[in-house]
Write a protein that binds this ligand. Structure first.
Ligand code: HEC
Length: 147
């Protein structure tokens, strides 16, 4: 009887230990995933920023087609306020080339500003080509810094 209890306790301890280890491994794996995908608040902010870029991009293209300079400016403004964050963003790859990423961000900002300036003057053809350049920067940056 006594032996039986001892065995039970031993089994319980071992089982408890195993459960604990498994939980730890699961937690570590989750942590790792979060480490690469959503590591920090900054990273979450970056995702949010990119999602907004997509929406702004659609609206800007639409407003350029409609020669609606006010909406172009309003939507471009949403992008422009995020440029400091974009310059400071942590890329997913080529982490050692953050300077190159900042340079793309600087050029991207200039293209967006050019888009707004041209649209405000009623030069929509020029505004469209400036925005096409900005869109090429999205792709340029992603090719190098997004996985
Ligand atoms: C200077 C670099 C840079 C520019 C310019 C840039 N992006 Fe990104 N983008 C990134 C990086 C780095 C990631 C991956 C990291 C991340 O997702 O947070 C990313 C991710 C994304 C994603 C994936 C979703 C997500 O949240 O990860 C989308 C969509 C996106 N960008 C859209 C755009 C659009 C649209 C533009 C242009 C109007 C743009 N980006 C301009 C660097 C840039």
């Amino acid at each position: 009887m006594r032996e039986f209890t001892c065995k039970n306790i031993a089994t319980a301890v071992i089982t408890g230990f195993l459960v604990f280890s498994v939980a730890e491994v699961v937690a570590a794996n989750e942590g790792m995933e979060h480490g690469s995908k959503h590591m920090s608040e900054a990273m979450a902010k970056q995702h949010h920023m990119m999602a907004m870029y997509v929406q702004a991009q659609v609206k800007i293209n639409d407003s350029l087609r409609k020669s609606d300079a006010r909406t172009v400016e309003a939507e471009a403004g949403k992008i422009l306020v995020t440029i400091p964050d974009l310059k400071a963003a942590k890329p997913h790859k080529n982490l050692t080339q953050r300077k190159a990423m900042r340079q793309i961000a600087v050029a991207f900002e200039a293209d967006i500003k050019m888009t707004v300036a041209a649209a405000n003057k009623g030069h929509f053809a020029r505004a469209k080509s400036a925005f096409a350049k900005a869109e090429a920067r999205c792709n340029q940056c992603h090719a190098k810094f997004r996985d």
